[in-house]
Design a protein around this ligand. Sequence first.
Ligand SMILES: [Zn+2]
Ligand SMILES: [Zn+2]
Length: 122
Amino acid sequence: MLETSLPVQGGCFCGKVRYEISNTVRKVVNCHCTMCRRTSGAPFVSWLVVPKTGFRYTAAQPRHLKSSTEGDRYFCKDCGTPISCIVSDNKKYIDVTLGSLDKPEDFEPDSDFYEDSRLKWL
Ligand SMILES: [Zn+2]
Ligand SMILES: [Zn+2]
């Protein structure tokens, strides 16, 4: 999972939001929670958990959505790509969508969150 040399880059579908990860990726997880599912339109979302000190936006800033009392999500305001999420009890880290990386194949999830809401056919 962590062999990839940093920094790595990613961004949204339309290219306006771009980012760079320059610090250790702590872990890579699949989240099966209902909020990830609804905000992405996908069965689950894979996230890289990265120290905030190692993450920065390099082009336009994404739009903010307060998705719950514990969660802040960030999307491209033009194309809607989910980019990141900050969870209030883990404020030193930012979760970044694996699917928005330029090379998502370089990272492999190693755990699953909210398995109780995982879709049965997965
Ligand atoms: Zn975009
Ligand atoms: Zn989730």
